[in-house]
Design a protein around this ligand. Structure first.
Ligand code: FES
Length: 114
């Protein structure tokens, strides 16, 4: 069984921008990124240590964590540099009625952390 979580208006994140959205009653952060015309949704904090990823920056298909500069692929969340060695959880995005939603399994949102 899956559930859908409404994140924000589709036009709230422009090309090359990202935004952190707190879901599930404000306990789980999701970072929403629009890059190359594609919207990605990933866990909002780094898999290395607790650090909010919207403080980082975007470069050619990757999101760089500002704390220790690990880059993560937007497709799949794989780390490209140390010190992070776990991928970010990625959530399938659905655009519907001008809103961006993620479709995830029932239960707690998947998050990978050391
Ligand atoms: S907290 Fe992100 S790379 Fe260390």
């Amino acid at each position: 069984m899956t559930r859908r979580i409404d994140l924000l208006a589709a036009d709230a994140v422009g090309e090359g921008e990202m935004q952190l959205v707190w879901v599930d009653g404000g306990v789980s952060p999701v970072v929403v990124v629009r890059s190359g015309g594609v919207v990605h949704a990933l866990q909002g904090t780094c898999s290395h240590e607790y650090f909010e990823l919207d403080q980082g920056f975007l470069t050619r298909g990757a999101l760089t964590c500002a704390l220790h500069l690990s880059r993560f692929e937007l497709d799949g969340g794989e780390p490209l540099d140390p010190p992070a060695d776990l991928p970010l959880a990625v959530y399938p995005v659905v655009e519907e009625g001008g809103r961006l939603l993620i479709e995830v399994p029932n239960g707690p949102l998947e998050v990978n952390e050391d």
